[in-house]
Design a protein around this ligand. Structure first.
Ligand code: UD1
Ligand code: MG
Length: 460
């Protein structure tokens, strides 16, 4: 039987049972997203990437959404319920059953602190291999107001952590603060957590008290410093916005480093999973939703919005283009202004340069889609497919009423509403014959002007 008792890897306890009242939101705070990805998912990924074989997420009964979300990702066995939430120390203790006897390092992470890097966590854990039983992540925020203060003795040892509300005026002046994340020797963890009390300003069981308890036992405690922007605890919308900005800054720097040109980096917004190959050029004011891959040498022109899309090598998208989920574009595709593509596969060299909607379509290589073309894919109940062969020419303002298929090399006449399949290499025109009425406009104007003159004569 494999249980935590026999495992000596690393484990993580992720605390996510807090109320998050300061967010003033119906959505639990750990489900608020950074780069399109919920905070808790960032923390879970971090635990996994740091080699944690056991991950316990502590959730509260007041937010079943968090439990459902985590259990969808990691399975129900990853959950530990803390009910009611009585503080971070009490929350960590909720993982006791799952991790009792675990002998490796146990990371305690906060579901609301998503931007820590793997390197920082490695440095933190290194404190344990150097002989400490508890390793604390510290940082120096520009405004330490609500963070716990790290009380360091004259000989440089961390003696205890005092929460802001419990700090003396002198302690409140300490600039070095608790980031919240700790690494603790698994053999000591629950013995220490069991002894945390709640005699403090909030009447809560503070995880931070573990430091004083460890020191009283003569155990060593180490401090690793992190950059302030890594350890933002997302307690308010204002901090959420700062975290988003931090994430965007990292993504922009990474894109530039990887050989992507950003003409105005500060105006381009990424998702956590945006993948851009070398020599991609991004013009100003482009937004990437989740799930976008752009291949080598492609250009995304100004004011385009992409989401769930694949852009092939050398393609040119925009300006003002919208690629929605399932847009799969081959090489050298051109998508121009006010063209929307959804759930459609476009072969190499397809061009749709102006004002079109292409949804639920398969379009063969080198087909030209005229301005104003619309795949009429929806009848209010179901979606229907449009299939267009290679080398076709869809005339401007063609309505393709799906399900419909246009054969390879076929033409459709401008302004046609196509409801029946078109054979390969045919021309399909659906519009009434044109009638020219000679002199009509001249007669019309003369009649109108005469009537106007008569009316003005009467009023004089
Ligand atoms: C905590 C630290 C503080 C540190 C700060 C860093 C404590 C007592 N204080 O304060 O020293 O500077 O983080 O951001 O640890 N949670 C539970 N159950 C609970 C309470 C909280 O699971 O009963 C979870 C929350 O969902 C959150 C995390 O623990 O993910 C931290 O709780 P939060 O209320 O944000 O603590 P802070 O006041 O920020
Ligand atoms: Mg917090």
């Amino acid at each position: 039987m494999t249980t935590a008792h026999t495992q000596a890897g690393r484990a993580a306890i992720i605390l996510a049972a807090g109320q998050g009242t300061r967010m003033k939101s119906k959505l639990p705070k750990v489900l608020h997203a950074i780069g399109g990805r919920p905070a808790i998912d960032w923390v879970i990924a971090l635990a996994q990437n740091t080699g944690c074989s056991e991950i316990v997420v502590v959730v509260g009964n007041h937010s079943p959404e968090v439990a459902a979300h985590v259990s969808g990702k990691l399975g129900p066995q990853a959950l530990a319920v803390q009910d009611p939430p009585l503080g971070t120390g009490h929350a960590a203790l909720s993982a006791k059953q799952r991790l009792a006897g675990f002998v490796g390092p146990v990371l305690i992470m906060f579901g609301d602190t998503p931007l820590v890097t793997e390197q920082t966590l490695e440095k933190l854990i290194a404190g344990l291999s150097e002989g400490a039983s508890v390793a604390v992540l510290g940082f120096e925020p520009s405004d330490p107001l609500l963070y716990g203060r790290l009380v360091v003795s004259a000989d440089g040892n961390l003696e205890r952590i005092v929460e802001a509300r419990d700090a003396s005026p002198k302690e409140a002046k300490i600039g070095l603060c608790n980031a919240g994340i700790m690494a603790i020797d698994g053999t000591k963890l629950f013995g220490l957590l069991d002894r945390i009390g709640n005699t403090n300003a909030k009447g809560e069981y503070y995880l931070t008290d573990i430091v004083g308890l460890a020191r009283a036992d003569g155990l060593r405690v180490s401090v690793t410093r992190a950059d302030a922007d890594e350890v933002l605890g997302i307690d308010t919308r204002a901090v959420l916005a700062v975290a988003e900005a931090t994430f965007q800054g990292r993504m922009r720097a990474k894109a530039l480093e990887n050989g992507v040109t950003l003409i105005a980096p500060g105006t381009v917004f990424f998702s956590h999973d945006t993948r851009l190959a070398e020599d991609v050029l991004i013009e100003p004011n482009v937004v990437f939703g989740p799930g976008v891959t752009v291949e080598k040498g492609a250009t995304i022109r100004a004011f385009s919005h992409l989401e769930g899309a694949h852009v092939g090598t050398g393609s040119i998208i925009g300006p003002f283009a919208r690629l929605r989920p399932g847009a799969d574009l081959g090489a050298d595709v051109h998508i121009g202004n006010f063209v929307e593509v959804k759930k459609s596969t476009l072969g190499d060299g397809v061009k749709a340069n102006h004002l079109a909607y292409l949804g639920d379509a398969t379009i063969g290589a080198k087909t030209n889609i005229g301005a104003g073309t619309i795949t009429c894919n929806y009848d209010g109940f179901d979606k229907f497919q449009t299939t267009i062969g290679a080398g076709a020419f869809i005339g401007s303002d063609t309505m393709l009423v799906a399900p419909v298929s246009i054969g390879a090399g076929a033409y459709t006449g401008s302004g046609s509403t196509i409801t029946k399949d078109v054979p390969a290499n045919a021309l399909s025109v659906e519009r009434s014959d044109q009638r020219n009425v000679e002199g009509w406009a001249e007669r019309f104007r003369a009649k109108k002007l005469a009537a106007k003159a008569a009316k003005e004569g009467q009023t004089k």
